[in-house]
Design a binder for this molecule. Structure first.
Ligand code: GUN
Ligand code: FE
Length: 456
C-alpha cells in the first residue's frame, strides 16, 4: 500500500525559520525513487505504526541508534577548488598581494589534468566527509579542468555547482594565468555550460554550470557584459566576489564611480540564481538591491578574518530580507568544515556587537544588535544556502531532497559531553553545532544515495 523507496527513522534537526530550529523527534522520513522526501510522519500520526510495521526489518529501512541524529547536509556557497592545494598556508598578506603571490601561481597549475584530478578528488571527498552535500565552486580559467571537477562531483555523488573562472583583462592578470582574450573567455564559458548541462543528465543529484567572473577587477567590461548575456541565455547560476575588502571595494568605485552591487547589476549579473561572496562593504542601498533582485550573499566568516578588513553586518542584511548562506572560501578560509565556519560566524558577530578596541568606552566600541545565534548560523549552513541557490535543499521536510549527515554523539574517539540521558534535544543540538568533529559524521547521503561512510 505504501511505495516509498526508503524509510529513515530517527530524530532530526531542521530550520523552521532563520532563528528557530525544528526538532523532529523519532520521525519517519519517507523517500521516493527520486531521492526526495515525499512524506514526514510524526509518531502521533495515525499512519506511523502502519508504515513502521510495513517497512521495519526490510533492507530499505534505516534506523538511527541511540545518540545519533539527522542533520541536513550542508550547502557551501563559496569554495575555490584549486586552492585546496594551499589550504592552511599563505595567510600572511593582504588580498591583492595574496592573489598575485600565492593564488594565481597555484591556480595556473590546473592546466595539468593529472594534478587537477588528484586535488579535486581529495577535495570533494573531504567536503563530503565534513557533511557538505552541495558546493558552489570556483574552478580555474581552464575549461577542461573545470569540467573534470564537475565530473568528479557527478561520480562521487556531490551536488556540485561549478564555474570556469573568467579573468580576461591583460592589465590586471598575469600573462601566465588568464584567459587568452575576451572572445575565448566567453566561448570557453559557453562550451563549458553546454558540457555540464549534458553531464547533469547522467546524475541523480544534479551538477550545474555557473557563470563565474572572478571579480570585477579581473574582467573587462565586454567580458562582464557577455557573461551576463550567457547567464540569461542558458538560465544558469552566477557567482563572483563583491565588495570584499577595502582595496577591492575602492577599485570598483574608482573604475565605475559606483559600488560593486550596482556595477554587477548593470552587467546583468544579479538575480535569483546569483551568489556573491563576502559582500562586507555593501551599504543599505546595495543590500536593498540584493533583496530586490534575489541575489544572495555567500558569507565566509573565517576568510573574512584574514582578507576582508572588517566584520560583515549579517544581522542587518538579514533584516533587510537578503538571502544569505555560508561559505568556507577555501583557501582564504582554511577549513573545509561548515561547522567551523558556523562557529566563526557566531563569534565574529559577537565581536562586531561588542567591539574590539578597549581604548574606547564600552558604549562606543561596537555595533548594537549585530549578534547572530548558533541557530542562525545553522540556518545559514543549511536552509539559507538552499534558498540562496533556489534549490529544494537544506531542510528535512517534504519536497526537499534527502541530503543528510548522520551525526553520532557517542563515537568513542569524539564523544560529546552529554551526561544526562534526559538532556533537552535543543541542548544536544547546540553541543553538536559547537563540538562536532569529522569523526562524529558517520554517514552522508545525497538525494537518497549514501556518498560517505566513516569506518574508523
Ligand atoms: N577575490 C578575487 N579572487 C579571490 C579569491 O580567490 N579569494 C578571495 N577571498 N577573494 C578573491
Ligand atoms: Fe573567494
Amino acid at each position: 500500500m505504501f511505495k516509498y523507496t526508503q524509510i529513515f527513522k530517527g530524530t532530526a534537526f531542521s530550520s523552521k525559520s532563520s532563528k528557530e530550529v525544528q526538532i523532529l523527534q523519532d520521525y519517519l522520513f519517507c523517500i521516493n525513487a527520486d531521492g526526495i522526501i515525499e512524506k514526514t510522519i510524526a509518531p502521533e500520526h495515525p499512519d506511523y505504526q502502519t508504515v513502521l510495521h510495513t517497512y521495519k526489518g526490510k533492507e530499505n529501512f534505516y534506523q538511527l541508534t541511540d545518540g545519533q541524529y539527522f542533520f541536513p547536509g550542508f550547502v557551501d556557497l563559496h569554495v575555490h577548488a584549486p586552492q585546496w592545494a594551499q589550504a592552511g598556508t599563505a595567510l600572511d598578506i593582504p588580498l591583492y598581494d595574496w592573489l598575485n603571490t600565492y593564488t594565481f601561481p597555484i591556480e595556473s597549475k590546473f592546466s595539468d589534468l593529472a594534478f587537477a584530478k588528484e586535488v579535486y578528488e581529495d577535495l570533494v571527498s573531504t567536503l563530503l566527509a565534513n557533511g557538505t552535500t552541495t558546493s558552489l565552486y570556483f574552478a580555474t580559467v581552464h575549461k577542461e579542468a573545470s569540467l573534470l571537477l564537475a565530473e568528479i562531483c557527478a561520480t562521487k555523488g556531490q551536488r556540485g555547482l561549478v564555474g570556469k573562472v573568467v579573468m580576461d583583462d591583460p592589465e590586471q592578470n598575469p600573462a601566465f594565468y588568464r584567459d587568452a582574450n575576451t572572445a575565448t573567455a566567453l566561448a570557453d564559458t559557453e562550451e563549458f555550460i553546454l558540457a555540464v548541462k549534458e553531464l547533469a543528465k547522467s546524475t541523480k543529484q544534479g551538477v550545474y554550470p555557473v557563470v563565474t567572473p572572478r571579480f570585477i577587477p579581473s574582467c573587462t567590461d565586454s567580458a562582464l557584459k557577455g557573461l551576463g548575456e550567457l547567464a540569461a541565455k542558458y538560465d544558469t547560476h552566477i557567482q563572483s566576489h563583491c565588495s570584499e575588502s577595502d582595496w577591492e571595494h575602492s577599485y570598483v568605485q574608482d573604475r565605475f564611480n559606483k559600488n560593486d552591487a550596482y556595477a554587477l547589476h548593470d552587467f546583468g549579473l544579479l538575480g535569483d540564481k546569483s551568489v556573491m561572496a563576502h559582500c562586507n562593504f555593501l551599504n543599505d542601498e546595495d543590500a536593498t538591491l540584493f533583496a530586490e533582485t534575489g541575489t544572495a550573499i555567500g558569507h565566509c566568516p573565517i576568510s573574512n578574518a584574514y582578507f576582508a578588513n572588517s566584520v560583515i553586518p549579517i544581522a542587518r542584511f538579514h533584516g533587510k530580507g537578503v538571502d544569505i548562506g555560508l561559505g568556507s572560501d577555501i583557501s582564504g578560509g582554511f577549513s573545509p568544515s561548515l561547522f567551523d565556519n558556523a562557529r566563526q560566524a557566531v563569534m565574529s558577530s559577537r565581536m562586531l556587537e561588542d567591539g574590539v578596541n578597549t581604548a574606547l568606552p564600552a558604549d562606543k566600541r561596537g555595533v548594537p544588535n549585530s549578534r547572530i545565534t548558533i541557530n542562525e548560523a545553522f540556518y545559514l549552513a543549511t536552509a539559507g544556502g538552499g534558498e540562496s541557490l533556489s534549490l529544494p535543499i537544506g531542510r528535512l521536510q517534504e519536497n526537499y531532497t534527502w541530503d543528510v549527515q548522520v551525526i553520532d554523539t557517542k563515537v568513542a574517539s569524539a564523544k560529546l559531553p552529554i551526561f544526562d540521558n534526559k538532556e533537552e534535544l535543543i541542548d544536544i543540538f547546540q553541543k553538536i553545532m559547537y563540538l562536532v568533529r569529522p569523526e562524529n559524521i558517520r554517514e552522508v547521503w545525497v538525494q537518497g544515495i549514501k556518498v560517505h561512510e566513516r569506518t574508523e
